[in-house]
Design a protein around this ligand. Structure first.
Ligand code: ATR
Length: 273
């Protein structure tokens, strides 16, 4: 077992992470054996712990909350999308003790929406709720799909305006969103984690093809049932995004592109069990 290629996810907490299960499915698709661990770090030991992992032969790392900014600072070079996001969720060793940081969250979201949910982003009117780090990381990938437009709305309006200026998109106050207008509505607030719904009128969902919550499982349920009751035709939680961002990381490390659709299905079934 000692010679298997080793990967890991670093976070705090990390015990709940589904990444080992997901990457095991990718390895089965590639028909190889890998080791993928969860590694708990503390804010003052993150740099030390990740360095030791790579010194011991680690071949790639995922970074989750709360270390994405630390990882951004720790790596030696950044992909353009990690640079824009200001956050790193994937570390790739370059040899000679140097490391590249990438961010696959945005492309994960887009791949889930397009490939797994079957909803095109091109020419769609998109509303994003929230203006934190998670949203900043996904806007560039959504823009790259040429939507008709992206509107961003946030409890703290100044933060939505900042992102709007940064990316050349529109910001509106939550209570001034047009009704029966948006095709895709994405909840990128962390409010769901505390059971809080963004303060949006039900009529905003009147023409909604897809309502999407970037968190998964029980935390997404409140927003997604509100969206369905308000008229959203289809809803999805962030489990597919989690699988899709992992697939991009796997491809960056190993050059093998996993098929996300069967793995999302597998993870959904595993969640129910
Ligand atoms: P993340 O990295 O997960 O995006 P973040 O940068 O702290 O975390 O951003 C959290 C986002 O969720 C913000 O847009 C925040 O709104 P504010 O900018 O007004 O703080 C939003 N959020 C968190 N709790 C919320 C709640 N109860 N209702 C509405 N929005 C909430």
């Amino acid at each position: 077992m000692d010679n298997l290629p080793r990967y890991a996810v670093f976070g705090n907490p990390v015990a709940h992470s589904k990444s080992p299960q997901i990457h095991r499915q990718f390895a089965l698709q590639e028909n190889v054996a890998i080791q993928y661990d969860r590694i708990l770090a503390e804010p003052d030991t993150f740099a030390q712990v990740i360095r030791r992992f790579f010194d011991d032969g680690g071949q790639g790392a995922n970074i989750t909350v709360p270390f994405k900014t630390e990882a951004y600072q720790w790596v030696d070079e950044l992909s353009p999308r990690a640079e824009v996001a200001g956050a790193v969720n994937t570390v790739i060793p370059l040899g000679n003790g140097r490391f590249r940081g990438d961010n696959t969250d945005g492309v994960g979201l887009v791949n889930d929406i397009v490939q797994a949910c079957g909803v095109a982003v091109r020419n769609r009117r998109i509303l994003i709720l929230g203006a934190g780090g998670a949203v900043r990381g996904v806007v560039p990938e959504l823009l790259a799909q040429h939507p008709a437009g992206i509107t961003i709305a946030n409890r703290t309006e100044a933060k939505a305006l900042d992102l709007a200026v940064r990316f050349g998109i529109q910001a509106l106050p939550l209570n001034q969103l047009p009704e029966d207008y948006f095709d895709i509505i994405i909840n990128g607030t962390s409010g769901s984690l505390n059971g809080a719904l963004p303060d949006v009128s039900a009529k905003v969902f009147g023409k909604c093809l897809l309502a999407y919550d970037m968190v998964y499982g029980a935390a997404a349920a409140g927003f997604l049932s509100f969206a369905r009751e308000s008229g959203a035709q289809q809803t999805a939680d962030g489990l597919g995004m989690l699988v899709a961002q992992a697939a991009c990381s796997y491809q960056l490390w190993r050059g093998f592109k996993p098929d996300i659709v069967p793995v999302i299905r597998y993870m959904k079934e595993a969640e129910v069990l």
